[in-house]
Design a protein around this ligand. Structure first.
Ligand code: UN1
Length: 492
């Protein structure tokens, strides 16, 4: 009998009002991992009420004290890293070494945000008037609705929750129904770390649960990571209703390989970036933009490396590539194989669901490389979110940069070249939010801003101190100790 999990509302594990739960299975083998609440609008209202009740006290708690709880939570995640990592693998399929990275990223973010409890620098500037003191301090928004995806079950929730909490917000957290275990694990840790009831509330559910959360008028800010389609709906609603909103909506990231590049290094970066997490990362490299001089060698080696990757259960340390998260994702990837074929691209390797060796029990898809891809094909413009990458030939840097930039997304780019001047030129001309030189497209560190331009986002950033800008607002304060009426702009 699988475990049944409940929502966490106002500091209590609470069944959904409907009493209904949905089952979730391990995508590698179909085994049931648990039953999770199918929450409705009533549960959302309860969770938001709990967050509203907890808010005044949490806001008034000094940030260094809020930080102590976060530090304890980080310590606990570190102590439990291995079991947390295994549950990440079991619920969404990524291989164990990547799951450990996911958990480490959550730990790093939690320590980092906790550290902000004693910094969270404001601004002190000279007033234009005598005997007057001027400064700007951060203040929280209120209740934050955090809606997270399944591809980073622990890291992305921590990217959102930790800066939101350190800034003094309370949170209603709605994880993807495909990564519920890690969400429950995180809440258990926060509870044990001493987070007061109601400061974070966890609701399991599907899209309609998320929609109810966005629509609750008491939710001041929504932070969403997921598809562009859903993100834009959320943005439209928040825009029309005067809510703060932070969006992160994927990528169509490219690796540019120039003629002078270290080809072996580039291939290694390409394989890791295209097929790591089975390509289910916002930061995955789904385009290889290759200059003609490097084209044959790079493509040949990329194909050869893709062929050697071992598919299997992520819990097996020998596995390179785990399953896709669910049937829907598998079907989406399959549909893009058809689209690419019809568009005239060639499948150099992969292109089908993997079978044999027990792989039929899971949603495994072969690492796939399309060659002969033109920049405007749908497979080169749309996010596939699977182990599929394109090779697009170009003749020079200028063309490479223009192909790189000409997509609806703007998250990550990478360029391989040995010429430092070319690297700087590319860095300047590339218009994504993240750029790598001589490294793949994945590997963002938590103390730098994370996010992208164009359809990837709405200008906000996660991680680093930039996250504080998303989860707080500035309050400018003027203290006049002159004892007389002083008028800015007019007195001088
Ligand atoms: C994501 O793909 O949604 O750089 C986040 C990386 C990770 C974060 C990815 N540190 O790939």
């Amino acid at each position: 009998m699988a475990n049944t999990y409940e929502n966490y509302i106002g500091g209590r594990w609470t069944p959904p009002r409907s009493g209904k739960h949905f089952q979730r299975e391990n995508p590698a083998n179909g085994e049931t991992i648990g039953a999770f609440p199918d929450s409705g609008p009533d549960d959302v209202a309860d969770a938001v009420s709990a967050a509203a009740q907890a808010y005044p006290r949490w806001r008034a708690t000094p940030a260094p004290q809020r930080a102590e709880i976060l530090f304890r939570a980080a310590e606990m995640m570190l102590a439990r890293k291995e079991e947390l990592s295994r549950e990440v693998t079991v619920e969404m399929g990524k291989v164990l070494k990547e799951a450990r990275g996911d958990v480490q990223e959550a730990i790093d973010m939690t320590y980092y945000a906790a550290g902000e409890g004693r910094r969270m620098f404001g601004q002190v500037v000279p007033s234009e008037l005598p005997d007057k003191f001027t400064m700007a301090v951060r203040q929280p928004h209120g209740i934050v609705g955090a809606i997270t995806p399944w591809n980073f079950p622990l890291a992305i929730p921590c990217w959102k929750l930790m800066p939101a909490l350190i800034a003094g917000n309370t949170v209603v957290f709605k994880p993807s129904p495909y990564s519920p275990l890690s969400a429950a694990n995180l809440l258990r840790i926060l509870e044990e770390a001493g987070l007061p009831p109601g400061v974070v509330n966890l609701l399991f559910g599907e899209d309609d649960t998320g929609a109810a959360l966005v629509r609750d008028p008491r939710v001041a800010m929504v932070s969403f990571t997921g598809s562009m389609e859903v993100g834009r709906e959320i943005a439209a609603y928040c825009g029309a209703n005067g809510k703060r909103v932070h969006l992160e909506m994927g990528g169509k990231n490219a690796i540019i390989v120039l003629g002078d590049a270290d080809i072996d290094l580039a291939v290694e970066g390409a394989v890791w970036s295209a097929f790591g997490t089975s390509g289910q990362r916002c930061t995955a490299a789904s385009r290889m933009i290759v200059q003609e001089g490097a084209l044959d060698a790079f493509t040949e080696k990329l194909i050869a490396s893709a062929e050697t990757l071992r598919l299997g259960d992520g819990l097996d340390e020998a596995t390179d590539v785990g399953p896709l998260v669910n049937r829907l994702q598998l079907e989406k990837v399959q549909s893009y194989i058809e689209i690419g074929r019809k568009e005239g691209a060639a499948i150099a390797v992969g292109g089908a669901r993997a079978a044999g060796d027990g792989l039929d029990k899971g949603y495994f898809f072969q690492p796939t490389v399309f060659t002969g891809v033109r920049p405007q094909m749908r497979i080169a413009q749309e996010e596939i979110f699977g182990p599929v990458t394109d090779v697009i030939p170009v003749s020079d840097l200028e063309e490479a940069v223009s192909v790189n930039n000409d997509v609806p997304y703007g998250l990550v780019s990478s360029i391989y070249t040995r010429d430092v001047s070319v690297a700087f030129k590319a860095m300047e001309q590339i218009t994504t939010g993240i750029v790598y030189i001589n490294a793949g497209t994945i590997g963002a560190e938590i103390h730098l801003p994370f996010g992208g331009t164009r359809g990837t986002g709405n200008g906000h950033r996660e991680a680093g101190t930039a996250a504080l800008d998303s989860y707080s607002e500035w309050k400018s304060v003027y203290i006049d100790y002159s004892g007389r009426l002083q008028k800015a702009q007019i007195d001088r």
